[in-house]
Design a protein around this ligand. Structure first.
Ligand code: ADP
Length: 640
């Protein structure tokens, strides 16, 4: 009580990012200003949801005024639009924190995208800063709020420039302000259209029809004052029969529940009956939500129990399905379940399992029946789904069959593993892959040459997440995964498609043997082995890893993350017996033995193989000196 007596007006600065956002709202001209109404109504509905949840354990919070509702008043005379709810309300500290001094995680991201103009203002809800859209249409915004259960009423107001004011509302006025929040917008001259009943009605029909609390509109101060009338259907969309829901209504709901305004790529609406009863209405977006790669990686499905909103953090789906948006409404969970208890609740676990299965099988169906749609989903969310390949062993095979890959022969098209296996060459026993930082680099690997020559398909793995699953993946359809830069290539056993193959003859076997022995001797511990390559056609040499060792690209990527983590394995140097230079070297090895020339050549071959991998040579000065020696010899021998 003492606090109430001393409470007085105060001013606060907006947090820096919020200030930037407000500056954009106030000064930029956006074509879709109408989204402000959707955002404020959505906040009002959330506030009603929150109160209904709180009232499960504290029924007196609802007692005096049990019918939750949203009331819009357009006052044409005063040019004011008011959006009021009798929901949870905000106290002093919540007004300060929520409306200005604490930036939400999406604020910076949204400001950045808005200023770079690759996001339209429609998306504001997704970033958790919808309230501020009010400043697109209002020169001044007032928020009067009474927190449920409190007798204090506070007024927040601002013109959006730099700071906001907060003042306690005197006892007399406070008595007139029942529970909840009223937002009063003093509309700018160019926004007076939002005082027209028909305009408001259209917006609400377009965006907010599904809101499950009644929204009523009252028009005053105009020639044709209108009695309050309800504008929306006010029944939770997912409870209606599918046949009565239009595509537009689904889309509008998706916008509300996911804060996303693209077209959903997939809509899944069903009622599960059996051991547990629940309704599912979920969407797969067409675009990535901005926070898809946030470190918490949590799925944000909304959990309801018999239409009462319980939580958005119940992790109703595994992390690798976190791009899915929507609601699950359980019929048989206890209403008074605390958010903490959700974690270990067996019904939650069972619903989670069933819904995960259902979404995956729906994706399979889409891949089968609408491959074009599925390809787009995979392009956007494939790298998230692939997290499941190492997180969800139970569904690994299913996820592998959902996976799509670009390959060395697919010319940019996506290929499934099923298609890969069906097209495997005679005697091919493994699914080959090449890793790399990006597609172009991976496709430039010299190790691919032999595979290309025989038209053997190789999966191109250039997504960072590939490094995690491929190392533990056992295979697909009984065929192991095999890196083309690891172990023996076994290419000799696989027949070529080309009948007119006239490959270069190889170096003489005994000369070649001597060359290999001499190179080994020169390179010592810098290589694990030196051997003949059957995976090269054009290049003279390349590096590979021993059969049991880690793929070289993977090793590189892991070393970037953790430079001191692993001792680096010396590579195997493979040399191409058909290459002219190697043949010449083999001849001279046999004829002259270990000369300093041959030593230089061995070192240069190793350096060259590193360069082909995009790696620096171990000793650039020595490399340059050797190179110069070689060139000098060549030039002087031609000159003489
Ligand atoms: P979001 O609604 O996405 O969280 P907003 O910027 O629209 O972001 O709102 C910020 C916060 O302010 C909300 O999370 C909520 O806590 C609070 N808030 C806004 N409007 C209301 C309201 N009508 N009643 C109660 N709290 C509200």
């Amino acid at each position: 009580m003492a606090k109430k007596k001393t409470a007085k007006a105060e001013s606060h600065e907006f947090q820096a990012e919020v200030s930037k956002l407000l500056h954009l709202m106030v000064h930029s001209v956006y074509s879709e200003t109408e989204v402000f109404l959707r955002e404020l109504i959505s906040n009002a509905a959330d506030a009603c949801d929150k109160l209904r949840y709180a009232a499960i354990t504290q029924s007196d919070l609802l007692a005096e005024d049990p019918d939750l509702k949203i009331t819009i008043t357009a006052n044409a005379g005063a040019k004011e639009l008011t959006i009021a709810d009798n929901g949870i309300g905000m106290d002093h500290d919540e007004l300060v924190g929520n409306l200005g001094t604490i930036a939400r995680s999406g604020t910076e991201a949204f400001v950045k995208q808005l200023s770079e103009k690759d996001t339209d203002v429609q998306q504001i809800g997704q970033f958790g800063v919808g309230f501020y859209s009010a400043f697109m249409v209002a020169g001044e915004v007032e928020v009067v709020s009474r927190k449920a259960g409190s007798d204090e009423v506070w007024k927040w107001d601002s013109d959006g420039s730099g700071q906001f004011n907060l003042a306690p509302v005197g006892a007399k006025d406070a008595a007139a302000h029942a529970r909840g929040t009223t937002i009063i917008l003093k509309l700018r001259d160019d926004a007076e259209e939002y005082l027209e009943a028909s305009r408001i009605e259209t917006i609400i029909k377009t965006y907010s029809d599904h809101i499950s609390f009644p929204i009523t509109l009252t028009v005053t101060g105009a020639e044709d004052d209108q009695e309050p009338r309800q504008l929306n259907a006010a029944s939770a969309l997912w409870t209606r029969p599918k046949s009565e829901i239009s595509e537009d209504q689904y889309k509008e709901f998706y916008g509300h529940v996911g804060g996303m305004f693209d077209e959903p790529a997939l809509t899944l609406h069903y009622k599960a009956e059996g051991r547990h009863e629940y309704t599912v209405l979920v969407f797969v977006p067409t675009q990535k939500p901005f926070n898809l790669f946030d470190p918490d990686r949590k799925a944000k499905l909304k959990l309801y129990v018999r239409k009462v909103f319980i939580s958005e953090d119940a992790e109703m789906l595994p992390g690798y399905l976190r791009f899915v948006r929507g609601v699950i409404d359980s019929e048989d969970m206890p209403l008074n379940i605390s958010r903490e208890m959700l974690q270990n609740n067996p019904i939650v676990a069972s619903i989670r399992k069933a819904v995960t299965n259902r979404i995956l099988s729906e994706l399979e169906k889409t891949a089968d029946k609408a491959p074009g749609t599925y390809e787009k989903i995979w392009d956007e969310f494939g790298s998230v789904l692939k997290e499941g390949l190492y997180e969800d062993m139970e569904r690994r095979d299913q996820l592998l069959s959902l996976a799509r890959f670009r390959t060395s022969t697919s010319d940019g098209a996506q290929r499934s593993l099923k298609a890969y296996v069906a097209d495997m060459k005679e005697n091919q026993t493994a699914i080959y892959y090449v890793t790399g930082e990006d597609q172009t680099k991976a496709l430039a690997s010299p190790q691919l040459e032999g595979f290309r020559a025989k038209a053997i398909e190789v999966l191109v793995l250039s997504d960072p997440v590939d490094n995690f699953w491929i190392t533990s993946a056992l295979g697909f359809d009984g065929k192991p995964f095999k890196s083309i830069t690891q172990g023996a290539a076994d290419l000799d056993t696989i027949a070529s498609d080309e009948t007119t193959e006239d490959a270069e003859p190889e170096a003489d076997a005994s000369e070649f043997g001597t060359l290999i022995a001499l190179i080994k001797q020169t390179l010592g511990d810098d290589v694990t082995d030196v051997r003949r390559s059957d995976r090269l056609t054009d290049s003279a040499a390349c590096l590979v890893a021993e059969a049991g060792a880690m793929d070289r690209n993977l090793e590189k990527i892991l070393a970037q993350h953790n430079p001191e983590g692993m001792p680096k394995q010396a590579p195997v140097l493979e040399i191409n017996p058909r290459h002219e230079m190697i043949k010449a070297l083999a001849q001279s090895a046999k004829a002259d033995g270990a000369t300093s020339d041959l030593e230089d050549a061995a070192r240069l071959l190793l350096d060259q193989a590193y360069i082909l991998e995009g790696e620096p040579v171990a000793d650039p000065a020595a490399f340059a000196a050797r190179m110069s020696r070689f060139m000098t010899r060549r030039m002087t021998s031609t000159a003489s």
